[in-house]
Every structure is written in structure tokens, then in C-alpha cells.
Write a protein that binds this ligand. Structure first.
Ligand SMILES: Cc1ncc(C[n+]2csc(CCOP(=O)(O)OP(=O)(O)O)c2C)c(N)n1
Ligand SMILES: CC(=O)[C@@H](O)[C@H](O)COP(=O)(O)O
Ligand SMILES: [Mg+2]
Length: 650
């Protein structure tokens, strides 16, 4: 290893807390930045994670921790997916081998991991609101502590940011907002704000001219520097003409920038200026997502925003073989439907590729809208589209629709509008942890009057239920499915009920005995059929059904329940208020008193890990379900006929 490499290797390993950064020279910081980038690529290429965003904030994060004194000063990261460098410099380098893995580092800030961390919620556009509140608290308590919020240009398209900016400007508390402007969410950031920012960021003419002048003048000692200052003033003039600071400064928020987010000295200088300003101030840092790692810089789709698993360092390509995913099945069927119906349009909240809307956008660009990270707007804009005679399909991750409950309830459902919400990543997702778990939708949206919710079990039912959903014209529909590869198709042995191609309950497996009606929601179908087979080996007869449309509860389930001794439900969602609860209520309302036991996700904050690990820990496996049902049925045997065991009964 060369001396420089030896020094580099010891430099990063010598950083155990942010304080270790403060005495480093500019040259050492350059070496450290390179060392951190190597570290990020080496580690994330093995675990997967948010590589692109973190490569883009190396200098910025080092500058933040050199200018501010965390944790006395509080540094907040919006969304938090770009906090790996923050973790690296705050004593957690050793944890990266288990990044986003069960028992290892989370992929977002974590108060349990460090006193330097605050926001654990990975939902975008929240940091400025936290910052507003923190700054008010420090002001009220008379604590001279700085608050710094790092917010991406994508997150800045979220409505909460503007609610916060309005309050921050009004409160006038000292507060530093760093806009980490890399011009992208996943894909290029959309909207008027993005255009404004990009006008400033991407106007290479005077930037390059200025750099050229700066270099050449620097070599002419007498005339050089003063003339450069004059030119710089000219640039400021140009900047004032196009820069968005007018928008911010009219609000009462000072604007500093734009500053090259990869120029350590420039960033630190801007942050120091902001720190001493004494009021709310925005530092506009222009960065590049994936900076310093060619496969990320050249990745057109999303600059290697978040490879989900290990990838080849040379190419950035995932090592895992490509599988047919739920998302792909949805995307293909959506385009097929759009081919047939001109009224179908798609909406994404800055996640066209991850949700599959990109496929519709590619074929019908005029019929697919990227609204930015703005799920509430997406829902109500969809209401507008529906009123205008179209049938919008809003594709978001299940967890992100939580923030649009009011819009779905009162803007869409109360007006009985034909809007279809496709919720990808529904249920336990895994590596992104509790704020990404899409476990609330069947409970939360299940109470919306007139809303119908479907949970497909395989590719065939995704196609079927998506078509049923877009055929509904008198209210909203939800189609929800989990992350990952879609399982093999599981055809029904028969369908009970259903009218005109809508609804009906699929029987997936049955037995001559009718001990248990096992109601399997969505992707748990294979698990349920497997559990039933295990129970049959013990002599218990299980009928496995897939309700398909789970909210409101299909009436057919009441009749099926009557025929059995016990009803068991299993769902990839919270138990409280979930499908099991709703079915139990339906049985009571129908005076059907068959006992019901519901399996699902307990109402708690569940850790990150793989989807399989977390489901196993929750007892949501075929083996656990069959064991649990055996226990329940045995108890029934005892209460019904204490002396004659079930198996001996003829
Ligand atoms: C409410 C919400 N919607 C969608 C997402 C998914 N998401 C995660 S990161 C990201 C892009 C964020 O872009 P930006 O804020 O510019 O940060 P960058 O990745 O560019 O650093 C999105 C859309 C989210 N985390 N929260
Ligand atoms: C930070 C964020 O919200 C997303 O980038 C998320 O990590 C994507 O998860 P998937 O890997 O399921 O697409
Ligand atoms: Mg961005």
C-alpha cells in the first residue's frame, strides 16, 4: 500500500466523532472525501442501499460537522437516506457491514444508534417542520444552539416544506436550511421550483466564464483579484436576475448561494456565513447525485439512488438475477388497459420507475404525470382529473399514501370519484424499516365510505383486480401488493359469488371436513395453502379462501364462515382495524357466532431486516400458522367435546 493509501486508510479510521474533523487541513479533507467515497462504494456494493444520494453529500456533510457542533447544534436530514456520511463520521463505520440488515445499522438516522441523530421517519419533506419547532424551542428556552436542516430538491417539492418555510420566515428564528440541489429525486426533479433552481444551477455560461476568468486573472497578480471581484459582482447581478432567492428573500429568508457542494472550502464558507446570520437562511448547495463513482454518475434512471441488494462495483449492476416483480406485472397491465381506454391516465409522486408508471409515461407521455414528492396533491389532482372525465391511476408506495388520507376520504371518496390507487410495497417491506412498512392501508382506508380495496395474490389476480378497479365508476379503489418477486400463479378451485366480473371469493383449497375457514389476504395465499396442507396431515379440514376485494368485507365470507367451526384470517397489515377485525364485525352483524382468530402485524414499530425475517419474527409463516391453528382448534375440541378428541370423531 502506498504512503498516501496508508495515510488515507488511517485518516478515515482515525475519525471516530465529528470533532475529529475540525483540525483537518483542506488537503486532508480531500483525501478523507475520497476515502469516504471508496468506503461507501465498497460497503454499499455488498449490502445495497442509498449510494447515489450519499456520494453526493460527502463534502457537504464534512462541512456541516466542521462548522456546527453536533449534538449541541442539531443537524437534521430530510428523508434521511443521505445520512450515511453523517453516520460514518459519527462513530459508526464498523456498522456498515450490516447496513439495513437485521440487528445492524438502519438506513436512516436512528436515535438508538447515536446522539447525533434525530429524524427517523424516512418520509420526505418533514425536516423543515422539525427544524421550525426545534428552533422555536431553543429560542423559548434561551438555548444558544443552532438548527440545520438538509433538504433535497426533491423533498422541497413536498407541501410540508412550504408550510414550514412560511412559519420559519414568520418566526425569524436563527435556522440554517441547506438545499441539497442535485436536480433529481429519482429522475430529474419536476415543477416550477425545480426549473427555478436549475436555471441557476445549470446556467453554465456565466459559471464557466467566471471560472475561466477566475483562473486566468489569478495568474495576473496586479489586475487579477480586484477585477475578479468586480466580475463576481457582475455574476451576483446575473444571479439576482434569475436566482430563486427573490422567492425566498421575499418570504423573509436570506439566500446564500448557489455554492458548489463539492468545493469543501466554498461550502464551509457559505455555512459559516449562514451560521452567523442570526435569522432564517437558505444555503443553496449544488451537488451531483452519485458524484465520484462513474456507474452512479452515468446511471440515467436514478444515479444508483438505492440499489436494493449487492451490485458489481465495476458496472453498478445488481448481482441478483432479475425476477418478475409485482411492479412489472402492474406496469404491463396498466399499459395494456391504457391501449384500450383513452381515459386512463397515470400519476406518480416522483417515483415513476419504482412504481412502474414509467412504462405508461414512455408509451403515453401525455397521459402520465409526475407531481413531485406530493402525494396529497396527487390524490386531489386525481380527483380533478376524474371530474374532468378521466380515470386516474395513482401509483405510490403504500406507506406514502398515509399522508393523503384526508384527500382520499373527502376529495375523492366523498365525491364518489373513479380514482384507482395502486399501492406498491404494501405490507412489511424490510430494509427500509418501520416508516416504510405499508401495513396501515387496509385498516386506515378500510373505513372510507365507498372505497373498495383489493389485495391480489399473484400476477393473474393483479391483472384481474386492476381491471376490476378501473371498471368502478362510482368511487375510489385501491389495489395493493408487496415488494419483490411475484409468486407463481395460484388458480382458484372455484369462485363463490361475484357479479358481472366483479368481486366474489376464490376458494384456493378445501377438504371434506370443514374445521377451519382460513381467509388469506393477498400475497399470503401460498402460505395459507401450505399451512392448510400441514393441518390436513393432522386430520384437520381447512378451506382456504382469498376474498380478493377485502374492504368492504365480501358478503360471501359470512356464508362460508357459517359452514366452519373456526375462522382464521391472515393479512400483511396491522391487525387493529384490519381485515380480520372487519370480518369479525361482519360476522357479528350477521349474527354468525363462529369464533374468529386474526393473524397479522401487531400494532407496534417493527425493526428493519429482510421481509422474510420480520414476517418470521411475527409468526407469519406456514409452519407458525399451522401450529397456531392447531392450538386453537384443539381448544375448540376440548370445549365442544372434552372427552372425545376431534380425530377420533367420525
Ligand atoms: C413522502 C415520500 N414520498 C416518496 C418517498 C420516496 N423517496 C425516497 S428518496 C426520494 C427522492 C428524494 O429526492 P431529494 O429530496 O432530492 O434527495 P436526493 O435523493 O436527491 O438526495 C423519494 C421520492 C419518500 N421517502 N417520502
Ligand atoms: C428512501 C425511499 O423512500 C426509497 O428510496 C426507498 O428506499 C425505496 O425502496 P425500494 O427499494 O422498495 O424501492
Ligand atoms: Mg435531489
Amino acid at each position: 500500500m502506498s504512503t498516501e493509501e496508508t495515510e488515507a486508510a488511517t485518516l478515515l479510521s482515525s475519525i471516530r466523532s465529528p470533532g475529529d474533523l475540525r483540525d483537518l487541513s483542506t488537503e486532508q479533507l480531500e483525501v478523507l472525501a475520497a476515502e469516504i467515497r471508496d468506503f461507501l462504494v465498497a460497503k454499499v456494493s455488498r449490502t445495497g442501499g442509498h449510494l447515489g444520494p450519499n456520494l453526493g453529500v460527502v463534502e457537504l456533510t464534512l462541512a456541516l460537522h466542521r462548522v456546527f457542533d453536533s449534538p449541541k447544534d442539531r443537524i437534521l436530514f430530510d428523508t434521511g437516506h443521505q445520512a450515511y456520511v453523517h453516520k460514518i463520521v459519527s462513530g459508526r463505520q464498523d456498522g456498515f457491514d450490516l447496513l439495513r440488515q437485521r440487528g445492524g445499522l438502519t438506513g436512516y438516522p436512528s436515535q438508538a444508534e447515536s446522539e447525533h441523530d434525530i429524524i427517523e421517519n424516512s418520509h420526505a419533506s418533514t425536516a423543515l417542520s422539525y427544524a421550525d419547532g426545534l428552533a422555536k424551542a431553543f429560542a423559548l428556552r434561551g438555548e444558544p444552539r443552532h438548527v440545520v436542516a438538509v433538504v433535497g430538491d426533491g423533498a422541497l417539492t413536498g407541501g410540508m416544506c412550504w408550510e414550514a418555510l412560511n412559519n420559519i420566515a414568520g418566526a425569524k428564528n436563527p435556522l440554517v436550511i441547506v438545499v441539497n440541489d442535485n436536480g433529481r429525486s429519482y429522475s430529474p426533479t419536476i415543477g416550477g421550483l425545480a426549473d427555478h433552481l436549475s436555471n441557476l444551477r445549470l446556467n453554465p455560461s456565466y459559471e464557466k466564464v467566471l471560472d475561466l476568468v477566475k483562473d486566468s486573472l489569478g495568474r495576473t497578480p496586479l489586475v487579477g483579484p480586484p477585477l475578479y471581484e468586480v466580475l463576481h459582482a457582475v455574476k451576483k447581478g446575473i444571479k439576482d436576475a434569475v436566482a430563486p432567492q427573490a422567492m425566498f428573500e421575499d418570504l423573509g429568508i436570506k439566500y446564500v448561494g448557489p455554492v458548489d457542494g463539492h468545493d469543501q472550502v466554498a461550502v464551509e464558507s457559505a455555512l459559516r456565513k449562514a451560521k452567523s446570520f442570526g435569522g432564517p437562511v437558505i444555503v443553496h448547495a449544488v451537488t451531483r447525485k452519485g458524484f465520484g463513482y462513474r456507474p452512479a454518475e452515468e446511471d440515467e434512471a436514478d444515479c444508483l439512488h438505492g440499489p436494493g441488494s449487492a451490485f458489481d462495483i465495476e458496472t453498478g449492476k445488481l448481482l441478483a438475477p432479475a425476477a418478475v416483480k409485482w411492479t412489472g406485472v402492474f406496469a404491463d397491465e396498466l399499459v395494456a388497459i391504457a391501449d384500450e381506454r383513452a381515459d386512463i391516465v397515470g400519476i406518480t409522486a416522483a417515483m415513476a420507475e419504482p412504481t412502474g408508471i414509467a412504462k405508461l409515461m414512455k408509451k403515453y407521455p401525455e397521459r402520465a404525470y409526475d407531481v413531485g414528492i406530493a402525494e396529497q396533491h396527487a390524490a386531489t389532482s386525481a380527483a380533478g382529473l376524474a371530474i374532468g372525465g378521466l380515470h386516474p391511476v395513482v401509483a405510490v408506495y403504500a406507506t406514502f399514501l398515509n399522508r393523503a388520507f384526508d384527500q382520499v376520504l373527502l376529495d375523492v371518496a366523498m365525491h364518489k370519484l373513479p380514482v384507482t390507487f395502486v399501492l406498491d410495497r404494501a405490507g412489511i417491506t424490510g430494509p427500509d424499516g418501520p416508516s416504510h412498512y405499508g401495513i396501515w392501508d387496509m385498516a386506515v382506508f378500510g373505513v372510507v365510505p365507498g372505497l373498495r380495496l383489493a389485495a391480489p395474490r399473484d400476477a393473474q389476480t393483479v391483472r384481474e383486480e386492476l381491471r376490476e378497479a378501473v371498471s368502478i365508476e362510482d368511487g375510489p379503489t385501491i389495489v395493493r401488493f408487496p415488494t419483490g418477486a411475484v409468486p407463481a400463479d395460484l388458480p382458484a378451485v372455484r369462485r363463490v359469488g361475484g357479479v358481472d366480473g366483479f368481486g366474489g371469493v376464490d376458494v384456493l383449497s378445501e377438504h371434506e371436513r370443514k374445521d377451519v375457514l382460513l381467509v388469506s389476504v393477498g400475497a399470503f395465499a401460498h402460505l395459507a395453502v401450505d399451512a392448510a396442507a400441514r393441518l390436513a396431515e393432522q386430520g384437520y379440514g381447512v378451506t382456504v379462501v382469498d376474498p380478493r376485494w377485502v374492504r368492504p368485507v365480501p358478503v360471501e365470507l359470512v356464508g362460508l364462515a357459517r359452514e366452519h367451526r373456526l375462522v382464521v384470517t391472515i393479512e400483511d397489515g396491522v391487525r387493529t382495524g384490519g381485515v380480520g377485525d372487519a370480518i369479525a364485525k361482519s360476522l357479528r352483524d350477521a349474527d354468525v357466532w363462529v369464533p374468529l382468530r386474526d393473524l397479522g402485524v401487531p400494532q407496534a414499530w417493527h425493526p428493519h431486516g429482510t421481509r422474510a425475517e420480520i414476517l418470521s419474527e411475527l409468526g407469519l409463516t406456514a409452519q407458525d400458522v399451522s401450529r397456531q391453528v392447531t392450538e386453537w382448534v384443539s381448544r375448540l375440541d376440548e370445549t365442544e367435546q372434552p372427552t372425545v378428541p376431534a380425530r377420533a370423531r367420525t
